[in-house]
Design a protein around this ligand. Structure first.
Ligand code: LLP
Length: 422
């Protein structure tokens, strides 16, 4: 799915986001920096919501994709729920004004402290991923004087046909419980006094560009729901997880409406349908702006050394992910088009943003690394003692600084020297 053309456009050759020239963002906040479009976030979320029509549904935005408070705030105002995987993400949702009742807590390793915090906040549902986790939650809910609403995340063993690092629905993955054990686990949950079964969940992977694995997974999940019913266990909702892909290069991901239609067909009334989209909501809504520091030629390569690095965007280094690179301005328009490897200043050969790209560049050219709104800043690090970049939310003609650049003192403000004379 693509972000509507009016979010990004060229104006006198300059790249704009909404009604703001990206060069103006760089001038004001310096580079590298992340820039998000509020209109893009809102339009995708609304498309999901509208696609369900009258079907009972809930859209839980996956906070892990981009947890900036302004992003969460934007979506919370539309009525979004949230999919979290840690106590930290719960704190972010609450700080941004999200409703705990609309929170789904996923993840294979919830700590006791995280469970306590989530119970105290009275979140909507825990998606459980193992027998041990179930026993622990039952115990902690009892100690907290609460009954935890739960779903069990099953692993439908379907091949999502995506990058192995972001595929989660195969038996070899650590996620979910095998289908063959699901019924026994539900029976156990039904017998535990402090758990209240309300759903079944699954998530098969991320950046899926084909609807077949979703349909296959849902068919298997619905077979389980039937089995549960026969066993006297009723669920209210089916959580299909996230995973719908976006266009980075030549992928042609299904339209949101087609994806939702597949879910509505596979999951009959009266079950409520829950989804946990992350990337598809914020991925195309953000860019990473960077400036070319140096152009450098070696006997075999031509490098553009940028001020952004794997510390800002690790996806190329980690998954060999491809992000489109666009020149923001026209200052290099008269330069020859040459093939560049775009790299950062970090001392790692894996530190690349893009390789083999035909571009017209100069030193100091401003570039936009596209589709960087998801799994960008959230995966940033301080490696090489690099402050993490600022985040700016564009809203019409207005730029909001929604997170300032870290300064050098931030890097070690919480560290301590050893006591003197020891
Ligand atoms: N629900 C669960 C349980 C998940 O594990 C995930 C993503 C989502 C929802 C959201 O999936 P999405 O709609 O964003 O595909 N860092 C990787 C992606 C890791 C995804 C992990 N789980 C990347 O940069 O491609």
């Amino acid at each position: 799915m693509t972000v509507s053309a009016d979010i990004f456009r060229r104006h006198n050759g300059e790249l704009w986001m909404e009604d703001v020239a990206l060069s103006a963002v760089a001038e004001r906040f310096d580079t590298p920096c992340y820039v998000y479009s509020r209109a893009a976030l809102e339009s995708v979320w609304r498309r999901y919501d509208r696609a369900f029509g009258a079907r009972r549904h809930r859209v839980h935005y996956a906070v892990k994709a981009n947890g900036n408070l302004a992003v969460l705030d934007t979506l919370a105002r539309l009525g979004s729920g949230f999919d979290i995987v840690s106590g930290g993400e719960l704190a972010r949702v609450v700080a941004a004004g999200g409703e705990p009742a609309k929170v789904v807590f996923s993840g294979v390793g919830k700590s006791a402290a995280e469970m306590r915090a989530a119970l105290a906040a009275d979140i909507g549902v825990f998606n459980l991923e193992s027998a041990s986790e179930m026993e622990r939650l039952n115990r902690i809910a009892g100690e907290s004087g609460r009954r935890a609403r739960i779903a069990i995340r099953v692993n439908p063993d379907v091949d999502a046909k995506t990058h192995p690092y972001i595929s989660t629905g195969l038996n070899e993955n650590k996620f979910g419980v095998p289908m063959t054990e699901a019924l026994a686990l539900y029976r156990r949950a039904a017998a535990l006094p402090n758990l209240h079964i309300i759903g079944v969940a699954c998530h098969i992977g991320s950046q899926l560009t084909d609807l077949t694995p979703f349909a296959d997974a849902m068919a298997r999940v619905m077979a389980l729901v039937k089995e549960l019913k026969t066993a006297g266990i009723e669920v209210e909702h089916v959580d299909a997880g996230g995973g719908l892909g976006i266009r980075y290069r030549e992928e042609e991901p299904p339209a949101i409406e087609d994806y939702v239609a597949v879910l509505c067909k596979a999951i009959p009334e009266p079950y409520e349908i829950c989804i946990e989209p992350g990337r598809s909501i914020c991925g195309s809504a953000g860019v990473l702006l960077s400036r070319v520091e140096y152009l450098k030629e070696t006997p075999t390569r031509r490098f553009a050394i940028c001020d952004a690095a794997m510390t800002e965007l690790i996806r190329p280094a980690l998954y060999e992910a491809w992000h489109e690179v666009q020149a923001v301005g026209t200052e290099a328009a008269a330069e020859p088009e040459l093939v560049y490897d775009l790299v950062g200043p970090v001392c790692e050969s894996a530190d690349f943003l893009a390789s083999g790209r035909k571009l017209r560049l100069r030193e100091e050219s401003l570039i936009a690394i596209m589709s960087a709104g998801a799994y960008g800043q959230v995966m940033a690090s301080n490696y090489n003692a690099r402050p993490r970049p600022p985040e700016i939310m564009v809203d019409g003609a207005v730029m909001h600084l929604v997170r300032p650049r870290e300064d050098l003192q931030d890097l070690y403000a919480s560290e301590r020297l050893l006591p003197k004379a020891q």
